[in-house]
Design a protein around this ligand. Structure first.
Ligand code: SF4
Length: 378
């Protein structure tokens, strides 16, 4: 039986960043109540995952995301881990990631984290330019970020990922280059870089509408993405997914599971789960969650929706689509239709067909949305 993944959504932030639409609320004194609700949900939900006869699903990755998981104390995280080890079988070498904000990674906090099985830190940096950080409402400065990463390395963390953003207000190719140079000088093993994308309800979208700043145009974004890919690849990073780069052996195993269709259980308000066929998700409602009312919805996607999902997720990755798997899962007709549509992209050099796999050429990932839209069934 294939192992699964566990995602834990920690829905708290000290302050809302101006661009963020992830579900999060102020922590206040609700940490212990949240942990109690989470453990109850774990008991109620673990049967969602495929289980061996001992009833304990096997986990290959655990990911604490948010929100800001580093707002939980080490003892609250310890309670959650105890419950995880009672409820699941953690496979040897399981990847256990904690998302953290740089200003939470004080020496004492890092010291207490070392008592827990966290072996990967994912740190939200976004930029090493203080003006850019302030504009988007981040709590930390570039110096705090640099010092936090240094402390993590001193404490022995040797699997550190950082997030960067492109298309920030006021960002130029030069300031992005400077952020990249700093990122590369800090000895991290994994870098994720995302283009700023704004939902209408976030403050940064409203200030854009008021003309308080100017959105980066396509050409500027393409320039930054090109520099990102070239500089990180030249530094030995594997550009293994549209937005993700890893030194050899340091791909995110948790996120790779999402892209390859591995089952996962998501716990916490707004968390999503997938058992290999059915998708379900909790309501984004912390108050209801704290009353142990998870308010779930469920979707059993039809064949077209599952095909579209496969195309969208696999084509984000360098390995692309395994065509034999596509044929076995969806039949010869959809397999042939996919290849027929892909032919023009193969001829233009934007896609590659090699070793039974169909993939977007990394040099063409900047137009991946257009290619994927063309390949999915509407
Ligand atoms: S800390 Fe992260 S989750 Fe919280 S508001 Fe900022 S970007 Fe969103």
């Amino acid at each position: 039986m294939n192992p699964a993944s566990l995602y834990i959504h920690v829905p708290f932030c000290r302050r809302k960043c101006a661009y963020c639409d992830f579900y999060s609320r102020a922590l206040g004194d609700r940490g212990d109540d949240y942990v109690a609700a989470l453990l109850a949900e774990m008991d109620e939900s673990r049967g969602f995952l495929p289980s061996p006869p001992d009833g304990r699903p096997r986990l290959t990755t655990v990911y604490f995301g948010g929100g800001t998981p580093s707002l939980l104390s080490a003892s609250q995280l310890g309670c959650i881990f105890e419950h995880i080890t009672r409820s699941f079988t953690l496979l040897p070498g399981a990847e256990i990631t904690l998302e953290a904000n740089p200003d939470d990674l004080a020496p004492d906090y890092l010291e207490s984290l070392k008592t827990l099985p966290v072996n990967r830190l994912s740190i939200g940096i976004q930029s090493f330019d203080d003006g850019e950080l302030a504009f988007i409402g981040r709590r930390h400065t570039a110096r705090q970020a640099i010092e936090a990463i240094g402390r993590c390395r001193e404490k022995g963390y040797d699997n550190i990922s950082i997030d960067l953003m492109m298309g920030l207000p006021g960002q130029t190719p030069e300031s992005f280059d400077d952020s990249l140079s700093l990122a590369l000088s800090l000895g991290v093993q994994h870098i994720s870089a995302y283009l700023l994308s704004l939902e209408p309800e976030v403050p940064l979208y409203r200030s854009l509408q008021k003309g308080l700043w100017q959105e980066a145009d396509e050409e500027l974004c393409a320039t930054m993405y090109d520099r990102l890919s070239r500089r990180l690849t030249a530094a030995g990073f594997d550009h293994y997914e549209i937005s993700n780069f890893a030194l050899p052996g340091f791909r995110s195993r948790h996120n790779s599971g999402y892209w390859s269709g591995r089952p996962y259980l998501g716990l916490g308000p707004s968390a999503h789960s997938f058992d290999g066929r059915i998708r379900r998700w909790n309501a984004a409602d912390l108050d209801a969650y704290l009353r142990h009312d998870f308010r779930r919805e469920m979707d059993n996607p039809n064949r077209e929706a599952r095909y579209n999902e496969l195309v969208m997720t696999r084509l984000r990755c360098r390995e692309g689509i395994d065509l034999e798997q596509l044929r076995q899962s969806f039949g010869q007709e959809l397999h042939d239709a996919c290849l027929f549509t892909a032919q023009k992209w193969i001829e233009s050099g934007d896609m590659r067909l090699e070793g039974g796999r169909l993939a977007i050429d990394p040099d063409s990932w900047i137009i991946s949305d257009e290619i994927i839209r063309d390949l999915i069934q509407v």
